[in-house]
Each structure stands twice: as C-alpha cells, then as structure tokens.
Design a protein around this ligand. Structure first.
Ligand SMILES: *Cc1c(COP(=O)(O)O)cnc(C)c1O
Length: 241
C-alpha cells in the first residue's frame, strides 16, 4: 500500500472539509453583519480547534485562518509549539487555573477568560517573565450560579481597574458564554450593556467576545467583535480523552 498517497488523499479530503466549514461560517458572519448594519471587518472569527489535531491548525492556517482558540492548556501548549512556524494569534478561551498562567503566558496572545484578581496578578507576572504582553478579556458571568466561570457584573469594575494597571496585561474588553436555558439574544443584550459600561471607564477596551456555533448571529446582532467557533468549522468534536 502506498502510505504516502493515502495520507495525501486524507489531507486533501480534510482540507476540503475545513474549507467548506470556513466558507459556511464566513457566510453566516457576513449575513449577520449585514442584518445588523455592521461592517464585516468589525467581527473577527476565532476558530476554536480544541480536541482537533495540530494538523488541522496547519490546514486552517493554509486556508487563511489567523486567529485560533483553545480551552485547555494541556492541549493548547503542545499544539502551539507544533505550529510555532505559522503566523497565528492564539486565544485562550477556557477556564484558567492560576497555576497554569505560567504555561499559557508562553503562547497566548489573548486570554478571554480573565475572571478574578488573583488570576490577573498571576498572568501579569507570568507575561512579564516571558517579556510578552497579553490582552485580557474579562469573562462575565451572565448566570446566577457562576459554575461556568466568570466575574459577576457587580465585581467587573474592580477587576477591570486591576487588569488595566498591571504590567504586561492590556485590558481588551469582555467575554461571555450564553447561559444554558437563556435566550442568547437576551444574554448578549445584557453583555452589550456591561461592555458599554466598561468602555465608559476604559475607552480602549472595546472587544466583545461572544457567539459560538449555535448563536453567532445573536452575538453579532448584539455587537460581538470576536466570535468563537469550533463545531461549525471543524465538525463535531471527538469526545474528550
Ligand atoms: C468550545 C468553545 C467554543 C466553540 O464552541 P462551538 O459550539 O463548537 O462553536 C467557544 N467558546 C468556548 C469558551 C469554548 O470552550
């Protein structure tokens, strides 16, 4: 059997699959921007590659993807190392334990899940050690029980002031995941109010990370600047090992 030929065929098949997923998502984002009366370039697509191999990241880069996201350091660190030769922007979007800050600071350009003051100090110190600056988005809990992480809206201002003052961190804006059982449009409208309030105190913190495969239209309607899309580009995830 010609292993090389079959590998090449498999790569070509996967590339075509990813290209189709990307085209569909770009189409959805463009349509959502038109519907919302927003310019297409206001919205950045972050392709969340979690559970998919580094070879997919490489194929996506070849298809013009620049922004990639991951939600677990154990997976993201080796993947970022394996694709170090590519010109990628890495977004860390998962809950972040303080003891992982050191590792994440080596590769993440943006952390979307900043949700507590202790983590802000840890990430600032880790970024300083790496002589890097990381953009931190404050993950807001739109849920009553904050099991999925995120700072409560009441504590957001203090966290924002802390991040803004710490060295090697830039306050980027806000991030949220629509809570289960809540209409995404309602959740994202709430996030928009919170984002507007944050911008009043920190005018440069204008990023709004919201929207996943199932709710990107509602997020774009509510002012998202970054949508985080996995399944709609890469297909259903292999179950977590
Ligand atoms: C996995 C993940 C996404 C992407 O979810 P899909 O539904 O696959 O598009 C977005 N944001 C976060 C925080 C995630 O963990």
């Amino acid at each position: 059997m010609d292993t090389h030929a079959s590998t090449t065929a498999e790569t070509a098949r996967r590339r075509a699959e990813l290209a189709a997923g990307l085209a569909a998502v770009h189409g959805r984002i463009a349509a959502a921007c038109t519907a919302a009366g927003r310019p297409r370039e206001d919205v950045t697509l972050v392709v969340v590659t979690k559970t998919h191999p580094a070879s997919d990241v490489r194929l996506l880069a070849g298809l013009g993807v620049r922004d990639v996201g991951e939600n677990r350091d154990q997976e993201a660190a080796p993947k970022a190392a394996a694709t170090e030769d590519l010109d990628l922007v890495w977004h860390y979007v998962g809950q972040l334990q303080t003891n992982k800050a050191k590792s994440v600071a080596r590769y993440a350009d943006l952390v979307h899940s900043m949700d507590r003051i202790r983590l802000a100090h840890a990430l600032s110190a880790a970024a300083a050690r790496e002589q890097r600056t990381i953009t931190a988005l404050l993950q807001v809990s739109l849920d009553e029980d904050a099991t999925r992480g995120g700072v409560s809206p009441a504590d957001l201002a203090e966290l924002a002031d802390t991040v803004a003052e710490l060295p090697n961190l830039t306050l980027g804006g806000v991030m949220a995941v629509a809570p289960l059982g809540v209409e995404p449009a309602r959740a994202f409208a709430r996030l928009r109010e919170i984002a507007t309030r944050l911008r009043a105190a920190h005018p440069a913190a204008n990023m709004v990370s919201a929207g996943m495969s199932n709710d990107l239209e509602a997020a774009v309607e509510a002012g998202a600047t970054h949508v985080r899309i996995g399944t709609a580009v890469l297909g259903v995830r292999p179950s977590l090992r």
